[in-house]
Design a protein. Structure first.
Length: 202
């Protein structure tokens, strides 16, 4: 499965140079990058991708989840193209559902941090319609569309991260903010691996 592009994103928002690849699970340990503003410096951690069952230590889930325990804010990175054009991924609203569940199964309240959503891979064919649907299905949390590999949307995202960390913007992502399946067919992919990841400020 394609990954969410979180390492590419970290490289786009900072001077970090994490390893990237066109396959899932390129990142096996957190990568760190610094975002420097005139009046603030933020350390961002690229957390390795979580799969369903991470709270049961599938895919080294316990090690990855422990890193999230130390964070102050969360940026959920989702892949707009994961379920497009015959790919076997799941749509971004289900990626978010899986991520929140894994965080909460691991530790009650772990997802209850200031957060935003990064909708990556806007350059992919069909991604614009998925982004519109994501905005319709997820309410109350800012969503930043980006194409990390092209650097598009990065300036707005960096501004949003600064506002989140400095408490100028306050939002948390909860399950009841996500509109999920509307028909029986939407639930068929619930067992798939979520190609999503988290960038978290330490």
């Amino acid at each position: 499965m394609p990954n969410a592009g979180k390492s590419t994103l970290l490289g786009a928002i900072s001077r970090a140079k994490p390893a990237v690849g066109d396959y899932a699970f390129t990142t096996l340990r957190p990568n760190l990058g610094n975002l420097n503003y005139d009046d603030l410096s933020i350390t961002v951690a690229d957390i390795p991708g979580l799969i369903k069952g991470a709270h049961q230590n599938r895919g080294l889930g316990h090690a990855f989840l422990r890193h999230i325990e130390r964070t102050k804010v969360l940026a959920y990175v989702v892949d707009l193209a994961a379920a497009l054009n015959g790919r076997k991924g799941i749509p971004p609203w289900e990626q978010l559902r899986d991520l929140i569940l894994e965080l909460e199964y691991h530790q009650d309240g772990l997802s209850k941090r200031p957060s935003l959503i990064v909708a990556n891979k806007t350059d992919e064919e069909g991604a614009e319609e998925v982004y519109k649907e994501l905005k319709r299905r997820v309410q109350g949390v800012p969503i930043f569309p980006v194409c990390a590999v092209l650097g598009e949307g990065i300036a707005d995202l960096k501004a949003g991260l600064k506002m989140l960390v400095s408490s100028e913007m306050s939002s948390e992502l909860c399950l009841d903010q996500i509109l999920l399946a509307q028909c029986a067919g939407d639930a068929d992919s619930a067992a798939a691996v979520a190609p999503a990841a988290i960038l978290a400020r330490r």
